[in-house]
Design a protein around this ligand. Structure first.
Ligand code: FAQ
Length: 314
């Protein structure tokens, strides 16, 4: 059978590393995969505001409060760029948002963990933003133009977030024995879940082969996870933190840190809704949506009036 000329042209452009834009022809699977990934990513940013938002009123100093407020606002902005970028694929923000509120859409499992002490805010910046940057620096090279461009700005802001997280962890580790204990205790809780942010192992990933063919994924889940491990183990040691993994060892032959087994059962439990905060997170988003009803109604009424005025003037 002759290949479809439109499809052949699409793959020719991918091979030439040309960017695919919203008005170009692309296969339905390309659209579906991008909507899945971009909407999950947008939801992660919006739900990701909640664990940190929990500490805005309790930040230890005014300077920390300003930094945290700005970070949480940035995450809202990231969600909005990503919803807008996904809308170029023919789905509305409202449709995506309803999927989140009805529990049909995924968001990063990491945001179903609680923030129990101030040290958790340092860990989120250092580890969670750190993982997001490694993943997203690759996505900034993905084949879909609007997603790749959104990633460039998001990564710049995430870098700033990572630095504020590292500064918090560094301050705690240079503090009293109690502050150091608090940092170590938070590190023990966040280390393993952040390793799961890169997705399931390559051989168990149902989406990776197609995403790689479409040049949406440029590096595999395991490759990015290894890059993260090498970077974070070195940083943990520099901070004076102990990596909570008795099997951790440096492999001289490859120059990489090798970790013990990841508990994927825990990951699937969280994904299926049984994480420590799944219910609370969705409830908070639903409540925020309900509380915002008057804003949406007011905006719609304003828009209706503006249109009526325009029509009368015409
Ligand atoms: N959580 O076949 P794969 C951030 C699902 S942003 C939940 O390997 P894929 C910024 C996956 O969806 C963090 N679900 O999937 C921030 C799939 O299910 P499906 C979010 C996960 O897509 C910082 C199934 O497992 N970043 O942190 C997870 O090839 C601080 C099979 O997996 C992005 O979304 C997970 N961790 O690779 C905000 C980046 N892992 O959909 C606030 C874009 C896997 O078939 C504060 N996304 N699953 O039903 C990606 O790069 C990819 O989607 C992966 C997963 C790498 C996450």
């Amino acid at each position: 059978m002759e290949p479809d000329p439109k499809e052949a042209e699409f793959f020719r452009r991918l091979d030439a590393d040309e960017s695919i834009e919203p008005k170009d022809w692309f296969p339905e699977r390309y659209r579906k995969q991008l909507i899945r990934m971009m909407s999950q990513h947008a939801h992660s940013e919006i739900v990701g505001m909640l664990p940190e938002g929990n500490w805005i009123t309790r930040a230890p100093t005014f300077r920390r409060k300003i930094g945290l407020l700005a970070k949480v606002q940035d995450e809202a902005g990231h969600g909005l760029y990503l919803y807008s970028a996904a809308e170029t694929l023919g789905i509305s923000r409202d449709e995506m948002y309803q999927q989140l509120l009805q529990g049909q859409a995924k968001y990063s499992h990491i945001f179903n963990y609680p923030t129990l002490s101030w040290a958790d805010i340092g860990m989120i910046g250092w580890l969670v933003d750190g993982a997001a940057i490694i993943n997203q620096t690759m996505l900034a090279k993905c084949s879909y133009g609007p997603y790749a461009r959104a990633m460039v700005r998001i990564c710049k802001e995430e870098n700033f977030h990572k630095k504020q997280g590292m500064e918090i962890v560094g301050t705690l580790m240079a503090g009293t024995p109690e502050q150091r204990r608090m940092a170590q205790e938070a590190f023990d809780r966040w280390w393993w879940p952040t390793l799961m942010m890169f997705g399931v192992p390559d051989q168990a990933s149902p989406n990776s082969a197609e995403l790689t063919r479409f040049k949406i994924k440029r590096k595999s889940n395991d490759e990015l996870r290894q890059r993260y491990i090498d970077m974070k183990v070195a940083q943990a040691h520099a901070f004076g933190l102990v990596v909570p993994d008795p099997d951790l060892k440096f492999d001289d032959a490859t120059g990489h840190w090798r970790i013990g087994p990841i508990d994927w059962n825990e990951f699937y439990r969280v994904l299926q809704g049984a994480g420590p905060c799944n219910r609370e997170r969705l409830e908070a988003r639903r409540q925020a949506y309900a509380d915002g009803a008057w804003v949406r109604e007011a905006a719609a009424a304003f828009e209706k009036k503006r249109r009526q005025k325009e029509e009368t003037a015409a």
